[in-house]
Design a binder for this molecule. Sequence first.
Ligand SMILES: Cc1cc2nc3c(=O)[nH]c(=O)nc-3n(C[C@H](O)[C@H](O)[C@H](O)COP(=O)(O)OP(=O)(O)OC[C@H]3O[C@@H](n4cnc5c(N)ncnc54)[C@H](O)[C@@H]3O)c2cc1C
Length: 284
Amino acid sequence: MIIQNASLGKESWFGCGGNADQLFRPANADELAEFLKNHDGEITVLGGLANTIIRDGGIRGVTIQLGKEFSGIKVLGDYIEAGAGALNGSVAAAAVKAGIGGLEFLSGIPGCVGGALRMNAGAYGTEVKDVLTGVHVVTRQGEIKKLVPEQLHMTYRHTDPPKGVIFTGAIFKGRREDYETVKARMNEIKIKRNETQPIREKTGGSTFANPSGELKAWQVVQKVGGHELKIGGAQMSPMHSNFMINTGDATAADLENLGDEIRRRAKEQLGINLRWEINIVGER
Ligand SMILES: Cc1cc2nc3c(=O)[nH]c(=O)nc-3n(C[C@H](O)[C@H](O)[C@H](O)COP(=O)(O)OP(=O)(O)OC[C@H]3O[C@@H](n4cnc5c(N)ncnc54)[C@H](O)[C@@H]3O)c2cc1C
């Protein structure tokens, strides 16, 4: 079913931005494949909207969002197979419950498996690429396929899969561990996050990827005074200067302009190219 004029911006973690002209939430991979075979217009793919700014003018063409229809999670020995619409936190919880260690880093990463694959999401020294053994995809031509991680060219907070593929699921490998040990590590992650990240704010996670070189992104933001800037309702979080927040009435343009101003200063004052880690879609 296609939903017309869907208010996706409001549903995003930032809580602002425009609508999607046409939103398609397929029921399964076959329906997605059939749709892609018969549609050659523009397509935008989104997941849990935890890492995305949707511009105020909204998204033209068809937006595909894999949701609860793709949220199944299966435990197979030390492997966990999860649909692209499964919440990262649910994958971590299923692993802990099954006594599988190594996936607890996913517990505090908002959003879904599809987004985590595309972003090579990571935390506390582990990223998706370290635990991934395969992905299920549908190609732009509508073929259902399985790919191995080597075909995805995963690097720091970035994945470069064959053009146009949509992830429909992933297979992760953990290791057998004692339930209590894994559970304790997951609790530690939760405490650390509560102390260091503005998880109750309207935010999109890390705004910029850490640049190569000695300075972390948050340090670059501070050095150029980005943590003191405010554009409309957008500012960097006082708790973590690489987390951008909507303080209440920000538009997507406020968020983007704030990020671009910090990038401009970083280039001009420090010669550093800050790369947006947040994905920006749609029209201004
Ligand atoms: C409070 C907070 C804390 C965060 N902490 C972390 C952290 O510690 N580490 C970290 O890595 N990230 C973090 N993030 C960012 C975010 O949680 C991750 O990037 C997450 O993996 C995004 O998933 P999503 O489903 O919300 O993706 P979306 O924001 O919906 O999309 C992100 C990208 O993935 C693509 N995409 C989504 N689904 C698919 C699919 N099925 N097939 C192909 N492409 C797809 C989109 O096109 C887009 O390019 C944080 C975010 C917040 C709000």
